[in-house]
Design a protein around this ligand. Structure first.
Ligand SMILES: C[S@@+](CC[C@H](N)C(=O)[O-])C[C@H]1O[C@@H](n2cnc3c(N)ncnc32)[C@H](O)[C@@H]1O
Length: 469
């Protein structure tokens, strides 16, 4: 790394810089004699005049005053809200360049956290780049004087609500439902600062497979009010493709959107979605990938990889959600064992397994680390373990026990390159070999990227497990 030759005092508050690359949070990186400046809404190779904000010892954040010479990859964003809404940070960069940038972000993250170069393959694009996002969670507020309902996204880095009338990355049907909620019913919008008002969020899950939607109103209460019930009925009666409407009760001062208490007022409490030619049931509280078409690519990729390299292996599906991997892989495995902590996900998986008369899957509910530790005590072994944890990555004991339980390969699926790199470093320290990483673009126009890492265990020294963690 280039030594820093300049101190923060010497950085002027306005200057012209060339953007070198993007950070893992999608910010442009410019360097002035080694001093790093993160620039919002910048594209690699832009030459921009910037205004520098608060200067820290080694870095500062900045905003563009003027694009002096745009990168050839700069385009007009297709959403007029792109600059104010924080959701699509890269929409002003052409799609092929976005894919190259994301590959570079994964490579840079591996170099800095994992500590070595790893083979990172070209990013597999999303089959669609608009209307791909099939789960929306709109915070709700209201205008001060006229008390009109506001629904949209927060401005980047703030809790200032942007009223979004049309979001091109979501199914257009969701805009219609949200607009209906804005203009109908007799419900008040939530005010975070006073913890008053009834409607906090609207969550909509829409099936790509059959276009049906499940709508859930998150209310600041622990019981159903007449106004909330009336709004549920109005939505159900006015939208043919809405197959269920419910209320989620969340009266806590919290950033968590959903509590675990949901009551369905009309219709069904799930939608159906397809992966690898199998039909899954997805409810409001269960995890399902936001981009079903990109998810299908990932599941087929993992299935092909296993089919080409193994004959009817035993598979452990850890952090399983609705056991999407386990169910997709059941017809090429001798046995699948899955572990997931959310009860409702396990119950929905059981329904799908029973409906399809799948006989070789064993479902478990609980903490992945605890479960893997019990399995180790029982002496069970799997040829392949799939680890697909949330953004914070795997717990240390999950990694330790996964190394103990798995004979051949770990397939690590991750939506966060930083925690993936940290966990791969730990696995490598115990002899695992990261063969390569295959990124998938699950989230076009954002800096987010999904990765599948293939890890070989032939040289593994089983770690000494020190409890408790
Ligand atoms: C990224 S999702 C993956 C789900 C699934 N593999 C899929 O692709 O649909 C992570 C899952 O891990 C579950 N989870 C989080 N922490 C867990 C833990 N400590 N033990 C077991 N499951 C956990 C979450 O509920 C969620 O369903």
């Amino acid at each position: 790394m280039k030594e820093q030759l300049i101190t923060k005092k010497e950085i002027p508050s306005e200057l012209t810089v060339k953007i070198e690359k993007l950070s893992n949070l999608g910010l442009g990186i410019a360097k002035v004699d080694g001093y790093v400046i993160f620039v919002k809404n910048a594209c690699p190779n832009d030459i921009v005049k910037i205004r520098v904000g608060k200067k820290n010892k080694n870095f500062a954040n900045a905003e563009i005053i003027e694009v002096i010479e745009p990168s050839p990859n700069r385009i007009e964003p297709f959403c007029k809200m792109q600059k104010v809404c924080g959701a699509c940070q890269l929409q002003f960069i052409d799609y092929d360049a976005q894919l190259k940038i994301k590959k570079e972000i994964v490579q840079d993250t591996m170099r800095s956290i994992y500590g070595h170069d790893v083979e990172v393959r070209d990013v597999i694009p999303s089959p669609i780049t608009k209307e791909y996002r099939h789960k929306i969670q709109y915070p709700i507020g209201q205008t001060k004087d006229s008390k009109r309902i506001l629904a949209g996204y927060y401005k980047t880095g703030s809790h200032e609500l942007v009223n979004v009338k049309h979001c091109p990355i979501q199914p257009a049907y969701c805009d219609e439902i949200i607009d209906f909620i804005r203009n109908n019913g007799n419900i008040t919008g939530y005010d975070e600062s006073t913890h008053r008002g009834e409607l906090r969020h609207v969550v909509i899950r829409t099936s790509y497979a059959n276009k049906k939607s499940l709508v859930v109103l998150v209310v600041n209460s622990n019981k159903i009010s007449n106004s909330a019930k009336e709004l549920c009925n109005l939505i159900f009666d006015n939208f043919e493709n809405v197959s269920g409407v419910g209320i989620n009760f969340n009266d806590k001062k919290t950033n968590l959107i959903l509590s675990n208490k949901t009551e369905i007022v009309c219709g069904q409490d799930f939608i159906e979605e397809n992966l690898c030619d199998k039909t899954f049931k997805v409810s409001v509280n269960t995890f399902f990938q936001v981009n079903p078409l990109s998810a299908d690519k990932i599941f087929r990729y993992v299935k092909n990889y296993i089919q080409n390299n193994f004959d009817k292996p035993t598979i452990l599906d850890a952090y399983a959600g609705i056991t999407a991997f386990g169910i997709c892989l059941s017809d090429i495995a001798s046995k699948v064992v899955s572990i997931e902590e959310v009860k409702q996900s396990v119950e929905l998986a059981k329904e799908v397994i029973d409906d399809n008369e799948i006989k070789n899957i064993e479902l478990h509910q609980g903490d992945a680390g605890d479960f893997l530790s019990n399995e180790t005590a029982l002496g069970r072994q799997f040829q392949i373990t799939i680890l697909d944890p949330p953004r914070k990555g795997c717990s240390l004991n999950s990694l330790d026990y996964a190394l103990k339980l798995t004979e051949k390969k770990i397939i690590y699926v991750s939506c966060n390159p930083a925690t993936l790199a940290r966990d791969l470093k730990y696995l490598k320290e115990h002899g695992a070999i990261v063969e390569y990483i295959q990124p998938f673009d699950m989230f076009p126009h954002t800096y987010h990227i999904e990765n599948v890492a293939i890890i070989d265990l032939k040289n593994v020294q089983i770690p000494e497990i020190k409890l408790p963690y």
